[in-house]
Design a protein around this ligand. Structure first.
Ligand code: NAD
Ligand code: LMR
Length: 324
């Protein structure tokens, strides 16, 4: 039996966590042989609801769950944590852009970055889900100066999975036939889902779909998928977000099957401003991710990558006072 790992989940009484915590407890993130200690964080007014979630987790009698900690103190929630999924934040409503949440949510991530810095395992891997995820991840990492910024990542996997699903449906193939999907940039309406390197069952995507569909249907559909779900459900995506968070962390810890998209601190690759949390194509291996280098970028792609980079620069400028 392996030693248990400590997994902190914030916003643990919220919508996403209602799927996420149970799937992690079932072994979907780190495998069926990895015991887990769940460290669940909520704000004080939500502690009753969190107790209900803990009761249900207990009632599942999950074999892998060794202990559950439920707290409203970030210093307790992140104590010795090996993984942290920062979900707790306000979601947007109809008509809002994710960056409209910046002011409401930014303070959460500076406090939690400090608590992670002071209390978590030195090897912690952090995924920020709460929106605007990329800039919140930047705030958290800047408030954790004793850790490597590369230990902080932002969730782009939902966008990546959405893009795969749209292309598979269009080409009449299965999602597992889609390879080398890339979503660049920000988890926002400026994100750039890029088919230039993508193939479906071994055939280049551009041989299978019209340019017009790519530019005027595929790209906007993926960019606007979060808003479409809010309109249809009356609430933002939850189970699919939880599933993407599990995919992101599982691949980071255990290795990816080819290219995946992750929001990570830019090292300047592909001419992107260093430091911002930009989504790149990466391959995960041996517990680490590495940017896929040397991909050709044409003028169309360059324009879109610049636009999403510009938005991330503006978001960073808006929270400069929280970056330490
Ligand atoms: P929700 O409102 O159902 O749950 C959020 C929970 O966070 C609430 O229970 C709230 O009490 C808690 N919370 C608030 N402040 C907190 C704090 N300081 N510490 C701990 N907990 C805190 O929202 P949700 O639907 O679960 O969504 C959570 C966030 O995830 C939102 O910001 C949403 O926009 C974002 N999201 C991101 C993606 C992505 O792809 N990156 C996808 C879906 C949703
Ligand atoms: C999503 O992409 O579904 C989430 O970021 C929620 C949102 O506000 O769109």
């Amino acid at each position: 039996m392996k030693d248990p790992v400590r997994i902190a989940i914030t916003g643990a009484a919220g919508q996403i966590s209602y799927s996420l915590a149970f799937r992690i407890a079932a072994g979907d993130m780190l495998g069926p042989d990895q015991p887990v200690i769940l460290q669940l964080l909520e704000i004080t007014p939500a502690m009753d609801a969190l107790q209900g979630v803990v009761m249900e987790l207990n009632d599942c009698a999950f074999p892998l769950v060794q202990e559950i900690v439920a707290t409203d103190d970030p210093n307790v929630a992140f104590k010795d944590a090996d993984f942290a999924l920062l979900v707790g934040a306000r979601p947007r409503g109809p008509g809002m852009e994710r960056k409209d949440l910046l002011e409401a949510n930014a303070a959460i991530f500076s406090v939690q970055g400090k608590a992670i810095n002071d209390h978590a395992s030195r090897d912690i891997r952090v995924l920020v889900v709460g929106n605007p995820a990329n800039t919140n991840a930047l705030i958290a990492s800047c408030n954790a100066p004793d850790l490597d910024p590369g230990q902080f990542t932002a969730m782009m996997r939902l966008d990546h999975n959405r893009a795969k699903s749209q292309l598979a449906e269009k080409t009449g193939k299965h999602v597992t036939d889609v390879e080398k999907m890339i979503v660049w940039g920000n988890h926002s309406a400026t994100q750039y889902p890029d088919l230039a390197h993508c193939s479906v069952a071994g055939t280049p995507a551009f041989d299978l779909v019209e340019r017009d569909w790519y530019e005027n249907d595929f790209i906007p559909t993926v960019q606007q998928r979060g808003a479409a779900i809010i309109k249809a459900r009356g609430a933002s995506s939850a189970a699919s977000a939880a599933s993407a968070a599990i995919d992101h962390m599982r691949d980071w810890a255990l290795g990816s099957d080819g290219i995946v998209s992750m929001g990570i601190p830019s090292d300047g690759s592909y001419g992107v401003e260093p430091g911002i949390m930009f989504s790149y194509p990466v391959i995960c291996k041996d517990g680490k991710y590495e940017i896929v280098q040397g991909l050709a970028v044409d003028a169309f792609s360059q324009d879109r990558m610049k636009a999403t980079e510009q938005e991330l620069r503006e978001e960073r400028a808006a929270v400069e006072h929280l970056l330490g």
